[in-house]
Design a protein around this ligand. Structure first.
Ligand SMILES: C[S@@+](CC[C@H](N)C(=O)[O-])C[C@H]1O[C@@H](n2cnc3c(N)ncnc32)[C@H](O)[C@@H]1O
Length: 236
């Protein structure tokens, strides 16, 4: 099986229990996320937003609740099913599409913002993905990405996740060498953003936010929060 197919089948399987706080997060938790995201888009609403690797729709739902027009793409049909159900629970209209973040079937210069959370680490060709995201962005459009410098120790941290971790290791161990950002390093990430044509790139650690989320036990699905998580912003 090729790498992409392995990834797709893992997330199809993983969708069974993966919700990552989309619906469960408290009002307070969701408001904290929205405040952070609103700041990143300079307080604007009514934007055309693309969430790539949406999973159960975490960012897609937040951006839709904030009054934006949201399209959300994922490789896994099972994840998309879950995301559709989550959007329905919140009475939100989001355009969900099956697709590959590295090869989008979407028009040039259409979106104001491309967002993604916990996707970069699992891309075989992140440069290609960045060029695709740049292609679908309007001039002056923004990328907002959230990802971490994951390490295997913390990945196996949670008891309740043991079964999933077994399958995770079985599927990802043979392919992790093909995933350049499997454990993301900010300097390298900054370089590939620049190589892909982004002028301004900022990468900041989400320390305070992670502390808040850890107290609420809502941000992290499969690891403890000692791994650095980064908030990455870039402009076309
Ligand atoms: C760790 S989950 C994150 C989901 C969601 N963004 C969140 O924060 O809860 C990674 C998601 O990326 C999706 N994915 C992986 N590779 C992809 C690709 N090449 N194109 C689109 N989606 C992809 C997986 O199917 C999975 O739903």
């Amino acid at each position: 099986m090729d790498t992409k197919k392995i990834i797709q089948s893992y997330w199809d399987y993983r969708s069974e229990s993966y919700n990552n706080g989309v619906i469960e997060n408290s009002e307070e938790g969701r408001n904290a996320w929205k405040a952070m995201l609103l700041k990143a888009v300079e307080g604007k609403k009514g934007l055309k937003v693309l969430d790539v690797g949406t999973g159960p729709g975490f960012l897609a739902l937040l951006f839709a609740e904030m009054g934006n027009e949201v399209t959300a793409v994922d490789l896994s049909n099972n994840m998309l099913e879950k995301a559709r159900r989550n959007a329905l629970k919140r009475s939100l209209k989001i355009d969900f599409l099956q697709g590959d973040a590295e090869n989008l079937q979407l028009p040039d210069a259409y979106f104001d913002v491309v967002v993604n959370k916990y996707l970069l680490w699992t891309l075989p060709d992140p440069r290609k993905a960045l060029m695709e995201w740049r292609r679908v962005l309007k001039d002056g459009g923004k990328i907002i990405a959230i990802d971490g410098e994951w390490n295997q120790q913390s990945l196996s941290g949670r008891k309740k996740e043991e079964n999933y971790m077994k399958i995770f290791r079985k599927q990802y161990e043979p392919i992790k060498k093909d995933l350049p950002l499997f454990s993301l390093k900010p300097e390298y990430l900054s370089k590939i953003f620049k190589d892909s044509g982004f002028g301004t790139v900022s990468i900041t650690r989400m320390e305070d936010f992670c502390k808040f989320e850890k107290e609420k036990d809502s941000l992290f699905d499969k690891h403890d929060s000692s791994d650095p998580i980064y908030f990455i912003k870039a402009e076309k």
